[in-house]
Design a protein around this ligand. Structure first.
Ligand SMILES: [Zn+2]
Length: 115
């Protein structure tokens, strides 16, 4: 997870990890004022703020027009590949799994498994 803040010249820069809580605390302080104006429930936990940011939206942490943070969505977090043990006995990544007439199969065994 990488959070970005906007500077007064309009550019975005990364927030140092140890500063993240500072921005989130400010956002939470504004929630009781802001949320009713946006017709939604105020967020009360850091987790909620992070989940909100994960949707790609920006949040103000102060009144200045540029006092906003957002999540860097340019590089989606790397997801570990999920491995599946097929009925043929081989273990392959989930996207490789094929469904044959006798069960799950890896691409190599598909023809044999479809007999
Ligand atoms: Zn196989």
């Amino acid at each position: 997870m990488q959070l970005l803040k906007q500077y007064s010249n309009g550019t975005w820069g990364r927030i140092e990890d140890e500063r993240i809580d500072f921005y989130i605390e400010n956002i939470l302080k504004r929630e009781s004022w802001l949320a009713p104006r946006l017709k939604r429930e105020p967020m009360t936990h850091k987790e909620e703020v992070l989940n909100y940011l994960k949707t790609g939206k920006e949040l103000h942490w102060d009144d200045e027009w540029y006092a906003k943070i957002k999540m860097d969505m340019s590089e989606p977090p790397e997801r570990p590949v999920e491995m599946v043990k097929c009925d043929c006995g081989h273990t392959v990544s989930r996207c490789m799994v094929m469904s044959s007439s006798t069960g799950l199969s890896c691409p190599e065994c598909y023809d044999r498994m479809s007999m």
